[in-house]
Design a protein around this ligand. Structure first.
Ligand SMILES: Nc1ncnc2c1ncn2[C@@H]1O[C@H](COP(=O)(O)OP(=O)(O)OP(=O)(O)O)[C@@H](O)[C@H]1O
Ligand SMILES: [Mg+2]
Length: 357
């Protein structure tokens, strides 16, 4: 999958213009607040996912304007495709090859990409919920049927928790708890199996990217950590306590993903650069998983990754991810030594024409 042309009108601080990227590395550089991240965000929206900055739709329209338009020409499945996104009246709409889509989310699966922005560091610095969300989103991308499974599990969990809170007032309700326990175990075990299998495949891939970045001097290992090895049994054992606290204390909603660098917990012991490298490796591995599931290499967006990385790690990201089309932003072009590929200088929302390096 490759972006051939990206153009816009009145998107954030970008008035109107186009970007003609190269098939491999594309470096977008410039001072702070010039529109580098906005360019990545604009292209990312074609994945059908929400903005990786968590932006609301009205924020996407250039201040003082009524609407914004984005157009992406890309190749997928060996065919040329054209997608358009319009933000009007505070809402986004999309069309693909001239056909209007039900919603922007209906674009999911048409244009595939993986993104790393500094906020994604929370994958290691934040709580387990973010790590679970990472795996769950990846599973849904590969197999959309997982979305229904997660929804069923959440619904059963909410019902069970509501029941737990009512039981102290009405002991008769205790009998109905079994029904929800059965459902929770039925959906929960499927989720645990899916996540475990995904991590087993993701871990060696992430390890390979990580080793590439640090010249093989360190190792990265990821593992799915269950809050209980046997969910059904743990749920039975925790029942008394659950009734006391009013919520379900074990299950996939309490599980986590452990990340170890050379045998040490990355969250507790990792340096800034190690954590950053580990999250980037996880994101690249996610892209490779998507590739093996769909037969199509996703586009990679790396926003502001180069700071805190030493020359060797930077070189890996700039010059050795050859099979992907990569868009990478940075402030200082001096920090960048890219062999081949294109460089774009962005000033005041206007990127200059790409020049081969
Ligand atoms: N809806 C909007 N209308 C006009 N300007 C906007 C809008 N949304 C964001 N901006 C402006 O866009 C500018 C560029 O933002 P962007 O995040 O792309 O900068 P950047 O080049 O990535 O900078 P940095 O190096 O600091 O990350 C900011 O000054 C921001 O205020
Ligand atoms: Mg930025």
């Amino acid at each position: 999958m490759k972006v051939v042309r990206f153009s816009w009108r009145d998107f954030r601080n970008l008035p109107s213009g186009e970007l003609l990227p190269g098939a491999e590395e594309n470096v977008i550089y410039g001072n702070n607040a010039q529109g580098k991240t906005n360019l990545l965000e604009g292209m990312w929206l074609f994945t059908g996912e929400r903005s990786f900055r968590g932006a609301k739709d009205p924020e996407l329209v250039r201040r003082g304007q009524e609407s914004a338009e984005l157009r992406l020409d890309f190749t997928a499945d060996g065919r040329d495709q054209t997608a358009k996104i319009t933000v009007l009246g505070g809402r986004r709409s999309a069309e693909l090859n001239g056909v209007k889509k039900r919603s922007c989310a209906a674009m999911i699966g048409e244009f595939r990409a993986a993104v790393f922005s500094p906020e994604h560091l929370s994958l290691l610095t934040g709580g387990p919920a973010q790590r679970r969300a990472f795996v769950d989103a990846a599973l849904c991308q590969i197999r959309p049927s997982y979305a229904a499974l997660f929804a069923e599990y959440s619904r059963s969990l909410a019902q069970r928790n509501a029941l737990l809170k009512d039981i102290p007032q009405c002991a008769d309700l205790l009998d109905t708890l079994d029904v929800w326990d059965t459902r929770l175990v039925q959906f929960g075990e499927k989720i645990m199996r899916g996540r475990t299998a995904y991590l087993e495949k993701l871990s060696p891939r992430a390890a390979a990217f990580y080793e590439g970045m640090c010249g093989g001097r360190e190792t990265l290992s990821l593992r799915y950590e269950k809050s209980a090895p046997n969910f059904a049994e743990a749920l039975r054992e925790a029942r008394k306590n659950d009734i006391f606290t009013g919520h379900t204390g074990v299950g996939p909603h309490r599980d986590d993903i452990s990340a170890e660098i050379s045998g040490l917990d990355a969250r507790a012991y990792g340096s800034q650069g190690q954590k950053r490298s580990a999250v980037i490796a996880m994101k690249l591995a996610e892209a490779e998983m998507l590739e093996s599931a769909t037969g199509e290499t996703p586009v990679i967006f790396l926003d502001d990754v180069l700071s805190e990385l030493d020359a060797e790690r930077r070189d890996y990201l700039l010059n050795r991810l050859r099979k992907f089309q990569v868009f990478i932003t940075c402030c200082e072009p001096d920090a960048v030594c890219v062999e081949g590929g294109k460089m774009f200088h962005v000033k005041n929302g206007v990127p200059d024409a790409g020049a081969a390096t």
